[in-house]
Design a protein around this ligand. Structure first.
Ligand SMILES: [Zn+2]
Length: 236
């Protein structure tokens, strides 16, 4: 399956051929739908059939492998047959919210000293958990720092790198805010600005930090002895 969202996270619709249809779910030969994973929810949207009928796609999920994405459909309408050509459309407003919040969580990660232990993304808010000792977090200073990085409009770029290239660049691993997984062969790196943030990530991001828009830091919660949960939302 061709994963188009890796090439262009801004593609809102595409033509595709049904390659599997069973039990309320389908597979396509290529897709713009990001599957649930890495704290980012799977995309939703709809299928447009040749006769103009629409079938809602409730969630994209990973199938049997990394490149296998299954689209789950609303119950009711008959499934289109294998081999049929359709047009699929993203719920773009929701996905764009995920892209903005997800990109902002990279800025949060880069602005807090401590290892990330978990996170969650929705279209309007997000959060990260940090493994931090019992230290106070200055919410106002953190909010100012992130909003400054947003205002500075740093480009966000993607690159693929092999395990071997990583091994040959130990300094690159040192500068990463999240350590790359080993043994997958190829790792996707997401870079913000020249040295704002660098980390392995398979999610969808905006093109530059300015697109995130102003944010505010919400509650900072204690979740266990060393765990601080930092919440953020859009400011307006
Ligand atoms: Zn990411």
């Amino acid at each position: 399956m061709d994963l188009l969202f890796y090439k262009d996270a801004y593609q809102k619709s595409c033509e595709a051929v049904i390659t599997f249809a069973q039990n309320g779910s389908i597979r396509l030969d290529q897709t713009i739908f990001y599957p649930t994973g890495g704290g980012q929810p799977g995309d939703s949207g709809w299928i447009e059939l040749e006769n103009g009928d629409k079938i809602l796609i409730t969630e994209a999920r990973k199938g049997e492998s990394h490149e296998d994405i299954v689209l789950h459909l609303e119950e009711g309408p008959p499934l289109p047959a294998v081999g049929v050509k359709v047009i699929v459309h993203l719920d773009w407003e929701r996905r764009y919210g995920h892209m903005r919040i997800h990109s902002c969580l990279h800025l949060l990660c880069a602005s807090v000293v401590g290892d990330v232990t978990g996170g969650q993304i929705s279209a309007a808010k997000g959060r990260l958990d940090f493994n931090l000792p019992d230290t106070a977090i200055d919410k106002i200073a953190l909010e100012d720092k992130i909003n400054q990085l947003i205002e500075e409009d740093h480009p966000i770029t993607m690159d693929w790198i092999s395990d071997e290239e990583l091994d040959n660049n130990p300094s690159m691993i040192r500068t990463m805010s999240v350590k790359p997984p080993r043994g997958s062969g190829k790792i996707r790196l997401v870079k913000i600005g020249e040295n704002v943030d660098l980390q392995p990530c398979g999610g969808t991001h905006v093109k530059s930090t300015g697109e995130i828009g102003k944010i505010k830091i919400g509650k900072v919660e204690n979740k266990g002895k060393q765990n601080r949960r930092i919440n953020l939302t859009f400011a307006d």
